[in-house]
Design a protein around this ligand. Structure first.
Ligand SMILES: [Zn+2]
Ligand SMILES: [Zn+2]
Ligand SMILES: [Zn+2]
Length: 470
């Protein structure tokens, strides 16, 4: 394997493109690598392709800006931070999922969010939601491997449920046939089940070994795009695409560049992303004909003609840039307990949130009367989210959750939100705590007097308590 010089590369790219006018960018790259035996990154190849004034077939090399713009606001740098790209998804039936909630597009900085359509009371269940893409936390891998939990909904069991259902192709087990069925669109996709698609094994191993959950979720998204397109048709694929691209997203690499420690890790991170992308391609969009034929055979199971991806589709879903965008999107929206949730992902952050997100056990029922206290920490729940009002929420108020633990001091919250989500929080609590009132240096005599006073109050309380018992 050798690495070409810039001139040599440009000549090869120009020749290959002219000789293969029908090939998309990634296939062109593969053809050049095959023919020359070069080590060549997609980024360098695309630069060379742009240098020779070119696009691959169908304009695949240069993303079509018009197609992107339609999706909504592009992530952009404002001051020292990135504003994610986001838009409202008209196919999400909010009126049915959460009748007392409206979605709204705020300004560019805040993006979209949810507001109360009518007054909500403390303890009120605002909605419940299953994940759009389910993926267990790496912390659960050993419990899942020992078959003590449903691989999809994460319901733990002491005794094997009578309704247990297993994947027909591998040892994964589920609490019911419904969970198995749902898993196949999400947490246990056939294209990522090694029994069905053995080419996914190295990817799965990498995801587990590195505990790289967001890569696992990107894989599930790409797998579902392929099967919705092949098994459900163009309309379903379009709806799926709209949903995916409605989540707020930033390019993972651009986001990491904001992190002061990135420079020291740049080489490692870039190598990891490259590896993750390559493994995704091997599993779901292989570049050799033999492997592609194997995948097409699995996809043909739906009984439809499986057409190859167009260059635009290839660019939008499988290019390295698409990978970095999907990775950034997943990291921005991941809900730790279960994966990606379409409506939950609309909620903005506040350090004094009015909504609580819970994973409650299957048997939990909403309170009969309101207001009601929030449920206590019961036993482990499933991956279904329940969203509860923490207090009375007047109609029109924005619904908020906290992205960070509420007991973090202001400074740590600010840093965590900046690094994890790309914004400086300016919520009412952060404003209040901006200039913490430092306790004035107390003179020792005054301190002693105060301590004595406190002691006497405590002693008095004790005496009262004793009197009560008499
Ligand atoms: Zn289940
Ligand atoms: Zn399986
Ligand atoms: Zn705040």
């Amino acid at each position: 394997m050798s690495t070409p010089g810039d001139d040599e590369l440009r000549t090869a790219v120009r020749d290959a493109r002219d000789a293969n006018p029908d090939l998309g960018a990634l296939k062109l790259l593969a053809a050049i690598k095959d023919a020359k035996g070069w080590t060549l990154s997609e980024k360098r190849f695309r630069k060379a392709l742009a240098d020779v004034g070119g696009t691959a077939a169908g304009g695949g090399a240069a993303a079509k800006p018009s197609a992107k713009k339609k999706k909504g606001k592009k992530s952009r740098r404002v001051g020292d931070h990135l504003e994610p790209e986001t838009h409202l998804d008209s196919t999400l039936d909010i009126a049915t999922i959460a009748p007392k909630v409206n979605a709204r597009m705020f300004n560019d900085a805040r993006g979209k969010g949810l507001v109360a359509a009518e007054e909500l009371q403390m303890g009120e269940m605002i909605w419940r939601e299953d994940p759009f893409v389910a993926c267990a936390s790496p912390a659960l891998h050993s419990i899942l491997a020992s078959n003590q939990m449903c691989s999809h909904c994460l319901m733990a069991w002491d005794h094997l449920p009578r309704t247990i259902a297993a994947c027909p192709k591998c040892p994964a087990s589920f609490c019911s046939r419904l969970c198995l069925q749902r898993a196949q669109e999400s947490s246990h996709h056939p294209l990522l089940c090694e029994g069905t698609n053995p080419a996914a094994a190295p990817l799965n191993e990498f995801v587990q070994g590195r505990e790289w959950r967001s890569l696992g979720i990107v894989a599930r998204i790409l797998a579902r795009f392929l099967t919705s397109r092949a098994w459900e048709g163009a309309e379903a694929a379009k709806a799926f695409e709209n949903r995916v691209f409605s989540f707020a997203r930033v390019n993972m690499e651009e986001r990491e560049r904001d992190n002061p420690s990135f420079r020291a890790q740049e080489g490692t991170m870039t190598a990891l992303w490259g590896m993750g992308h390559q493994l995704l391609l091997s599993a779901l969009h292989p570049q050799t004909e033999v492997e592609q034929a194997r995948l097409t055979k699995i996809l043909r199971k739906g009984g439809r003609q499986v057409t190859p991806l167009t260059d635009e589709e290839e660019q939008r879903w499988f290019s390295y840039q698409a990978f970095l965008e999907l990775l950034g999107m997943v990291n921005l929206n991941l809900e730790d307990s279960g994966g990606l949730y379409a409506l939950h992902a609309h909620l903005n952050h506040s350090c004094e949130p009015n909504v609580q997100v819970r994973n409650l056990p299957k048997g939990w029922t909403p309170p009969d009367s309101l207001p009601a206290p929030l449920p206590e920490q019961l036993q482990r729940g499933t991956h279904k989210l329940t969203l509860l009002a923490r207090n009375t929420i007047p109609a029109g108020d924005e619904l908020t959750i906290s992205y960070v633990p509420l007991d973090m001091p202001r400074n740590e919250r600010q840093q965590a939100l900046r690094l994890g989500y790309g914004f400086w929080c300016d919520c009412a609590r952060c404003e209040r705590e901006k200039t913490p009132t430092k306790p004035a240096k107390e003179d020792p005599e005054a301190k002693r007097r105060k301590e004595e006073a406190v002691e006497s109050i405590v002693a008095g309380v004790d005496e009262l308590a004793v009197d009560d018992q008499l």
